[in-house]
Design a protein around this ligand. Structure first.
Ligand code: HEM
Length: 527
């Protein structure tokens, strides 16, 4: 039968015809239907109502953190080795096994605190979240550009984010609120020394590192586990901005990093990062002065070398920002066989939080969206229905059997678990306790000493600028912490604020602070 619909007849100039979502051609997209040229408008005008009511619903809630971001696609290529050893010695994850094996990826870069239209020049950690679409289902590695974090227990996350976000009354980001919280949170010192250094404003997304930050595990064929940390090193090099550089860029462009990344990919200048992995045996490591499950610490590279395992290349941009960047959903619980969690208390909390927020933010069927689907694995579940279901994995031959077990058909459990699921034997009392080896200052001090002179100068200047907007008790406590981190840092920041060591020596350690012997000696010298 010949299709004589207006859509099939085409538009006046041969371009494709505009329709509504019901497939009805739109003959007039400029004028509402009204009684006479001057109105009133009629309410039965389906075309107008569909257009305006869909527009009214164009937004979903932005991410509660990391709202501003951009996504690109590419591939991960495995080297098949961890340094000189076959990678299979440590992990059976299939994406890593063969040298040269490629896996599709999506990578979303982001800033943390600002809203989705905020400036990309902010002093803020940058997100570095990767979705690997592996043959065994998806693996998400949700990291940042700085190697450590502000806190080590997920229960403090809403507080640290509230302190960093705008004031609930004035809606201004307030240094006094930020440093009020940090001054009571000594584990944040290592992060602050990084964040207020030039590393706190990466030049753009292509010139920054990425870190998994939390401690994960690798599992081999025999079920032997190792603790691992992930690092991404940009082939483009690392570049940062000072506040002055950032002000110049920001005056021209609020989205310079998104533009830089998209433009590079469009001109086939594909950015690349190498993945390096640090590893240690899966135990408490009492010989270390920090806990391997503490994400405010780095693992010294001389003891735990970071060895290359593969590379990632980004070679295409999203076609639709909303569908592929706003709706993409990463989570630390999304792992494949051969990769595992550790008991890192941040990681465990994060693993609940991501899918929880995504069910709220995107909807209960967020995993049906193309960008989130496990596109290189087979997906068959007995999940049904819910808001915006469009995809039913109906078990093929048995669409009536959406339950299991059944003798009539439907999906079956996989025959044997491929590996023994017997996990470690854990015993202990239920308790609320911090990790015993907190050691909040030593690594922050080492980081400070490792900086170039200009980086130290920039750090000190940035801290003074921020802290001069804080009340005196907050300033004093921060100077006290910085003296504990490294004399020079405390003296210089204190000097800029008019606070001498004598002004803060009377301060007691915070009530529940675990000081090391070294910290106590430092405290004694302060006194
Ligand atoms: C995004 C929670 C710590 C990296 C998010 C989101 C939540 C969240 C709720 C929004 C997700 C969405 O709407 O899709 C938490 C909690 C943490 C924590 C509860 C601590 C317990 C961290 C740490 C890192 C990190 C330590 C870095 C290793 C990211 C990144 C994103 C993100 C990169 C953006 C993901 C994207 O691009 O969609 N986080 N987070 N978070 N978080 Fe965390």
């Amino acid at each position: 039968m010949t299709d004589t619909s207006p859509a099939a007849r085409g538009s006046q100039d041969g371009r494709e015809v505009l329709t509504n979502r019901q497939g009805h051609p739109v003959h007039d997209n400029q004028n509402q239907r009204t009684v006479g040229a001057r109105g009133p408008a009629t309410l039965e005008n389906y075309q107008f109502l569909e257009k305006i009511s869909h527009f009214d619903r164009e937004r979903v809630p932005e991410r509660v953190v990391h709202a501003r971001g951009t996504t690109s696609y590419g591939f991960f290529e495995s080297y098949g080795t961890w340094g000189d050893e076959p990678i299979s010695t440590y992990t059976r994850a299939r994406l890593f096994q063969e040298p040269g094996k490629r896996t599709d990826v999506a990578l979303r870069f982001s800033t943390v605190i600002g809203g989705r239209d905020s400036a990309e020049t902010a002093r803020d950690p940058r997100g570095f979240a990767i979705k690997f679409y592996t043959e065994d289902g998806n693996w998400d590695l949700v990291g940042n550009n700085l190697a450590v974090f502000f806190i080590r227990d997920a229960i403090k996350f809403p507080d640290v984010i509230h302190a960093l976000k705008p004031d609930p009354v004035t809606f201004r980001q307030e240094p006094n609120r930020i440093f009020d919280f940090m001054s009571q949170t000594p584990e944040s010192m290592h992060m602050l020394v990084n964040l207020f250094s030039p590393r706190g404003i990466p030049a753009d997304y292509r010139h920054m590192q990425g870190f998994g930050v939390n401690t994960y595990k690798w599992v081999n064929e025999e079920g032997v586990t190792h603790l691992v940390k992930y690092h991404w090193m940009p082939k483009q090099g690392v570049r940062s901005m000072t506040e002055e550089d950032a002000a110049v860029v920001q005056a021209r462009d609020l989205g310079h990093a998104t533009r830089d990344l998209r433009d590079a990919i469009d001109r086939s200048d594909y950015p690349e990062w190498e993945l390096l992995v640090q590893m240690m045996t899966d135990d408490e490591h009492p010989e270390l002065d920090f806990d391997p499950l503490d994400d405010t610490k780095v693992w010294p590279e001389n003891e735990f070398p970071a060895k290359p395992v593969g590379r990632i290349v980004l070679d295409s941009n999203v076609r639709n920002f909303f569908a592929e960047n706003e709706q993409i959903a990463f989570g630390t619980g999304v792992l494949v066989d051969g990769l595992d969690f550790s008991d890192d208390k941040m990681l465990v909390g994060r693993t609940f939080s991501y899918s929880d927020t995504q069910r709220h933010r995107v909807g209960p069927n967020y995993l049906q969206l193309p960008v989130n689907q496990a596109r290189n694995a087979e997906v068959r579940t007995n999940q049904r229905d819910g808001e915006m279901t469009y995809y039913v994995d109906d078990g093929g031959q048995s669409p009536h059997v959406n339950y299991e077990p059944s003798i009539t058909g439907g999906l079956r459990e996989a025959r044997e678990p491929s590996h023994d699921e017997q996990g470690p034997l854990i015993s202990g009392r239920l308790t609320r306790k911090r990790l015993p080896r907190t050691n909040d200052y030593a690594q922050a001090g080492q980081r400070y000493l490792l900086m170039h002179d200009w980086e130290r100068d920039d750090l000190v200047k940035n801290l003074i600028t921020q802290l001069s907007q804080c009340v005196r008790p907050v300033q004093e406590r921060m100077v006290w912490h910085f003296l504990m981190v490294e004399d020079d840092l405390g003296l210089r920041v204190g000097g800029g604020l008019g606070i001498a060591p004598e002004d803060v020596v009377h301060l007691e350690p915070l009530p529940d602070q675990n000081l090391t012997d070294e910290d106590r000696e430092r405290l004694a010298t302060l006194g």
